[in-house]
Design a protein around this ligand. Sequence first.
Ligand code: IFM
Length: 691
Amino acid sequence: MARPPATSVDRVGTGTRSLPSAARPTAAEQSGGLLAFDDDARRASVDAARLAIGDGCVGSRTYSECASEPSDQVVAVAGVYGEEPEARLLWGSPWFPVGLSGKGLSWELDVGTGEVRHRLERSRGPVTTVRAAAAGHPGVQYWWGPSDGRVQSDRPEAALAILSGDGRHGVIVVAEQVDGDEKTVVMAGAAGSDFRAARRAADARLAGLRSRSATDLGGSQRRRWSDRWSRRPVEISGDRRAEARVRFALFRLLCLLDHDDELALGARGLTGPGYRGHVFWDTDVFVLPAVASVAPTAARAMVEYRLRRLDTARHNAEASGFAGARFPWESAASGSEVTPTEGRRPDGETVPIRTGELELHIGADICWAIEQYRRWTRSDEVLTAGGAELTAEVARFWASRATRDPDGSVHLRGVIGPDEYHEDVDDNAFTNAMAAWTLRRAAEIVTRGWRVGTDREAVAWREVAERLATGYDPTTRRHEQFAGYDQLQPVLAESVAPPPYPADLLLGRTQVAGSQLIKQADVLMLHAMIPADLPAGSLSADLDHYLPRTTHGSSLSPASHAELLARAGRPDAARHWFDLALAMDLDDLTGTGAGGLHYATIGGAWQAFLHGFVGVRLTSDGLGLCPSIPAGWGRVVAGFVYAGVDVQVEVDGDRAWLHASEPIAVVGGDPPTVLTPTARFDWNGREWRRR
Ligand code: IFM
């Protein structure tokens, strides 16, 4: 992985500049979380993503108003894709003023207020422009700066841009107001099944804010974000840099609080065109649980995106000769498979892409995400609203896709696991274990009374789950990644280059496929996702075996290893991978930053912090805790929402405190006991005590 020189600086605190009233620093900002960059045109497309503004409905990449050739890929509306099979997320031109005279000096992203400030040098002296997604107003953004004494001539008072999607259309409307030397531009975007519906929705969004002044917009922005941060505090005393970067990750998740009733979150969100804006397992496994912990309604909208595509998934399964529902590896508007079948490597070689055909674990990942959402909210609503049916349909798919050998054992042959360096393998341990988990979960749902399958089916699903090959060897206490993996050439990642690096590009696909080098956590993902289903002691054995073979050629990898090492009681080792995950976008570690932020890394970093270091556990009976704090970290605080209640956990040494805004159930001790719901607990390293 090429490492360009670090270009970002995390600064804690600010307040030195004389900013316009709409952009004065806030308490949240002063307590950390300001990201500052020089304005360097050579880095414009990477900074466009790092500084992107937006919510769950509309995203805008941040470009300079002074750019001589402004990008035409600036604004996108969630879920609005072009025609299949390419199905690219559609992008529109800038809605903020362009062609302003002057020179950009510096950028600031204030995560305390969600505002991006651009300091410009103009002939009449320096000036700062401000832009933001208006918190609490889904799909609305504003820009404030110098007017140049006019309303932009090529833009009428309410301009209109149309993104002509495949099945879903997007409309952007803009209103400008000039007041002396200052101009405020308010933009609203919305999607709909036809243009008129989208236009109506966008107009309605604009109506409430079109004539608000910059001071007014800025004031309400600060209040909203101040409230968001006071309910979701983050503190890592002893490591202020990590603290600021965790806040950046959390900021990106909290932006999704403003959303529509369904949320299609691509691998790069609405911050860039990478991966065509398609929705991968990144969303379900890495982002959704993280969002469920801080912005549950947004997580519910992400689930809704999947629920509404169940019929297409049924059709996909039938078309490929199987029962139930088969979700696509890459998904866009319709829910059909939109994974490209070939791609071009950086060296120009065209290579086949087989993930759409073989990376089947996505169906199980979606069922798992639904269960995570259910656990975070402690409500069955999502099952009743279609989650139970979806899970049963995915179980039917697995039962029909599996084959039974004469000895009664059951197998899933010809798949790709999360480690995409090895294609068309048999019995990938991750895929099999997640399929078994889905089959058991579907059976449990039927047994608990949801009429989404028969009792006979439930018995059959449990039996298939029981007989599916696991790859587990009790003598080594580890799982073989797939049948035959142990016989491959035993190469360790460090012997090739210091990870992270893309081994397929460095060594060639064939050589890597013949070796034990892996791209990212594969077997190990099971220990983060379904730890209770795995044999005791297997986490350490799997970590010791697979981590040295992992090249971290995927941006998803460092955050998952951070979580797993912390869960395994190795927080100091975890910190290395955690820092790498936090640097992924801010320092453009992969050199792919222009394509947008890596949302799986963002969600993965938050999960590593919350579940790995702070040690929050979601059990079926309540909240558990198992902190694993690295040396050098002092007091650690994390805020989240559990069962609709604001919760803060504070860990300091081997003591912890839990504060909840209302009574909640927690579990602690060995054997675990559920304490009577209350709002304040102490953790003494082994169990909770009521305070
Ligand atoms: O979903 C990931 C996959 O696991 C590795 N390649 C990139 C995809 C999108 O981020």
